[in-house]
Structures are given as structure tokens and as C-alpha cells.
Write a protein that binds this ligand. Sequence first.
Ligand code: ATP
Ligand code: MG
Ligand code: FE
Length: 351
Amino acid sequence: LTVLGVETSCDETAAAVVRRSADGSTEVLSSIVASQIAAHAPFGGVVPEIAARAHVEIIDQVILEAMRAAGLGFSGLDGVAATAGPGLVGGVMVGLSAGKAIALARGLPLVAVNHLEGHAVSARLGAEIAYPFLLLLVSGGHCQLLEVAGVGRCRRVGSTIDDAAGEAFDKIAKAMGLPYPGGPALETLAEGGDAGRFALPRALLGREGCDFSFSGLKTAAARMADGVTDPTDRRDLAAAVQQAIARQLADRTAKAMVGYARQHGPGERRLVVAGGVAANREVRRALTALAQAQGFLFHAPPLAYCTDNAAMIALAGAERLAEGLSDGLDAVARPRWPLDEAAASSNPTHK
Ligand code: ATP
Ligand code: MG
Ligand code: FE
């Protein structure tokens, strides 16, 4: 199945073509991501109205560019997948409408994809990973642990009770005067730093359950940032923040692994991380070590597919089409859409 994916839920306008073979292997034929970072940077965060307008301006070009790079005409497609939420709804409508227009004009099936399901399958763009797996989803708006049994079959076992991990990176980076988006900037600043010099709160560490909390860390780090101006001190504070976030992610994941291992045999114990924060090397290091210690295989997406992209949306669409799932042209854009409800979204196609 060859599927065009379209992604406009936040501040990247993206289109991609992905081919998924019957044996489950995946090939990214093209992946175009037009970032709006420059448009939002002066405001220190994403401005929804600016985002929606910017998507409208370039969505056609981005889709045509993805088709050209894939070397295909629309007749070479088997389906169109577009993000239908969750996200900034003005932006979601732009991509979803573009996807519907192509599906209608070319008589192709449409898949209205949950953006989080896209992140959930993103590691499968780099390697074949069989279901089931334990998923740590760490993005700008979400921080969750999920047991993923198959396409659209998820059970949430933990979530953040306040901020998402990416949000914590972004807000602390902002308090330290780093440019938006803060996660990558903070990682760069932290390079070579001594994480042990600043003591930060260790929220929930060792506590029962698999929930996350970053607000205490955020407040403490922001307060410290005010008094830290020396370049070496700033580097060490950034390293401490990064380590505190990575440790909490690993600690909570360790808790989820216990329950997961009880239900699944050794051959099925896989840990997958996804979302923008999965690009962070300290986070990957902590999770790699944890997985090794617990006898889990560990998978992370290729770096290019951690943050928002359309290849993951195309793959999620292809997987749904392969299961006989697609959506009507009346599919709506949803600002909120929990991943564990994603199964209810698609209707079986009657061919
Ligand atoms: P969601 O997927 O929840 O709707 P989103 O789409 O905005 O949110 P992503 O694109 O998956 O989120 O990820 C963006 C987030 O990842 C930002 O918070 C960004 O700071 C963070 N991020 C990206 N790269 C890194 C990195 N190297 N280290 C830490 N954080 C990072
Ligand atoms: Mg983004
Ligand atoms: Fe995302």
C-alpha cells in the first residue's frame, strides 16, 4: 500500500509518501517538513492563528513536493491519511481538508489519523517492530505510558498529572533565556555539563504507579535560572534539568515494565519511545540502560521522525487501510482525542 500522509496539527506543515508491503516492511518514499519555527520564535511559543494561516499558505506546495520527491502521480496512491487531531484545530482542519479534497478527487480512501497514533508507529519507520510493545510517548503536549497491542489497540497505564515532558523542557529553557523550541536548545547547552552540581526535586521517584509530574521541577529550575548567569553554571544547570527529566521518565517506565513483563513472554518484551523528547540523547541513554537491565528490546524512531512529520501519519494510515479501516469524508477535526479512544474513530470499509 502506498499512502500519502498529511500533518498540520501544530507548527510544521508536512507531507510524506510511505509504502508498506504485505510482509510489514516499510519504505519512506518522501518526507517533507516545512517548519514554522521562524514565524513563532518572536512569541516564544506557537501562536494558533499564525500557525493556521501559515499551513494554508504552503500546504499545496508541500504536498506536491512530497509527490514529486516520491516520483509518483496521485494515481500511484492507494490512500490518503491526514491528521484529524489532537492539536490546534485551525491547523488540523487545513491538512484534513486537503486530504479530503485529494481523496474525493481521486476516489481514494481517506484515513483520519490520530496524531498520537502516528507517534506510536513512528519507530516502525526505522525498523520492523512487532506488536505488542510498551510505549513511552513523550512529546510537546503528551507524556504517557501505553500498552500497545495492535493498530488502534492501546491501554494507557500512566500519564502526566501536570506538564508534558516536552513542555517542561520548553518552559525551563524559556526561563533560562534559550530560544524556542527549548528542548533541542537545552540539550545543546547541557553538553559536557556536570549534572550533579544542582539539586533539583525528584518528583514521584520510586513512588507507586506510572504517572508523571514535572511542575515542581519546572518551578525549582525556573527559580534557580534567575541567579545563574555564568556560562559554566548555566551548562551544569541545563545538564541537571535534562538528567532529572530523563531519570523520571526511566523511573516511571521501570514501574510500567513490571506489570508489562508479568503479562508478556520474554520474546514480546519491547519498549518503544516516541515523540519529540525521544530525540534527546540523555533520555535515550537512560531508557537504553533500563531496557537492557529489564530484558526488554529497545526501539526509538530515527531522529527525523521523533518530532512532527507526515511519514508517521502515512504509516499509521497504511496500517489502518491494511486492516480494512478508513473514514468518511465527514471526519471531523478534533482538538482533543485520547489515543486509547482512537480505535473508535475508524469505521470498517465495506468493499
Ligand atoms: P503532541 O505530539 O503532543 O501534540 P507536539 O507535536 O508539539 O505535541 P512533538 O513535535 O512530538 O510535539 O515534539 C516537540 C517537543 O519535543 C517540544 O516540546 C520540543 O522541545 C521537544 N524536543 C524536541 N527535540 C528535543 C530534544 N533533543 N531534547 C528534548 N526535547 C526535545
Ligand atoms: Mg512542533
Ligand atoms: Fe507531535
